[in-house]
Design a binder for this molecule. Structure first.
Ligand code: HEC
Ligand code: HEC
Length: 262
């Protein structure tokens, strides 16, 4: 009994300190930014980041970084931290491969991108908005800025998360651009109920999903006889044949202009 109490007291004293306090190492000082530093940063960027942000930073699955202002990095220190730690809850990983001086080189390269004139949008976002809510009927499945439906992923702030090319690909070939955190579930309970919907949350014992009528469900996994994860299965229609190229350009521009609220 005594040992138990001791262990409990010790655990109470130690656990919060270890589990809940994030480590806050000071950011190491950076050296002067030179052309060599930027060139070295570019080489690191192309091997570590180019797969998601494009070799020139123009964006792919990850956003275009050729922008004067980044959402998550207002200054050099916060850019260092974004690269060093990643962005929690998003597809942006921490850079486990890079040591501090290399991270500063990548910072120098990404900052140099911010001084390039950004490419113009491919179409007209205002006309694209009409396609989005009109002919495209996108809001029948997507949530955007506090409105719409939740069959598909939330598109609020999508322009800050994805590149123009990715957004176009998402419309033409939906299955090719599957967001990592989006998962369609199909499950059957012990008493024979079938539920289909999007995963909201999951831990080892329980799973929560939202069905297509917006209803939230929570299940204990032990109570399920079937739990199918329809990874890669997209219920989004391709728009290659139903929208013209100009309409697609316009709706892509409308999405690319959605930079707030992510
Ligand atoms: C696995 C893909 C992936 C890799 C690898 C990756 N990123 Fe990202 N990055 C993303 C995604 C996706 C986002 C958007 C996150 C969000 O806001 O949802 C992002 C966001 C960012 C942002 C924030 C942009 C803003 O507007 O604030 C910066 C800066 C960034 N990445 C830089 C880098 C750098 C530098 C590297 C290489 C060291 C890197 N990323 C590697 C996918 C990636
Ligand atoms: C029938 C429902 C449905 C309709 C209609 C629909 N979508 Fe989707 N959309 C989805 C689903 C489900 C996904 C996630 C699976 C995938 O990526 O294919 C998705 C994914 C996306 C993505 C990728 C999001 C990301 O972060 O990777 C974008 C962008 C998108 N849709 C835009 C649109 C636009 C614009 C329209 C209208 C022209 C539209 N969708 C119409 C269901 C739909």
């Amino acid at each position: 009994m005594k040992i138990f109490v001791l262990v409990a007291v010790l655990a109470a004293a130690l656990l919060p300190a270890q589990t809940f306090r994030p480590r806050r190492e000071p950011i190491p000082p950076r050296s002067a930014v030179t052309a060599e530093e930027i060139a070295a940063g570019k080489r690191l960027f192309q091997s570590q980041c180019g797969g998601c942000h494009g070799p020139e930073g123009g964006g792919a699955r990850g956003p275009n970084l050729v922008r004067p202002k980044l959402n998550h990095a207002a200054d050099s220190e916060s850019l260092f931290l974004v690269i060093n730690r990643g962005i929690e809850g998003t597809e942006m990983p921490r850079s486990g491969q890079l040591h501090d001086l290399e991270v500063w080189k990548v910072v120098a390269f990404v900052e140099s991108l911010g001084r390039i004139e950004p490419a113009p949008l491919p179409g007209d976002p205002k006309i694209g908005k009409d396609v989005y809510y009109g002919g495209g009927n996108c809001s029948a499945c997507h949530w955007l800025n506090g409105d719409g439906a939740r069959h598909g992923p939330d598109l609020t702030g999508i322009g800050a998360r994805r590149s123009v090319n990715y957004l176009r690909e998402a419309l033409i070939e939906p299955a090719a651009t599957f967001p990592e955190r989006y998962l369609l579930l199909n499950l059957v309970t012990k008493d024979g109920r079938r539920v289909r919907g999007n995963r909201v949350n999951e831990d080892p014992f329980t799973i929560q999903l939202r069905d297509f009528s917006e209803k939230l469900h929570s299940f204990v996994k032990a109570d399920l006889v079937e739990l199918n994860r329809l990874k890669g299965e997209s219920s989004m229609p391709g728009y290659k044949d139903t929208l013209t190229k100009t309409q697609i350009d316009n709706v892509v521009s409308f999405m690319a202009s959605q930079r707030e609220g992510s």
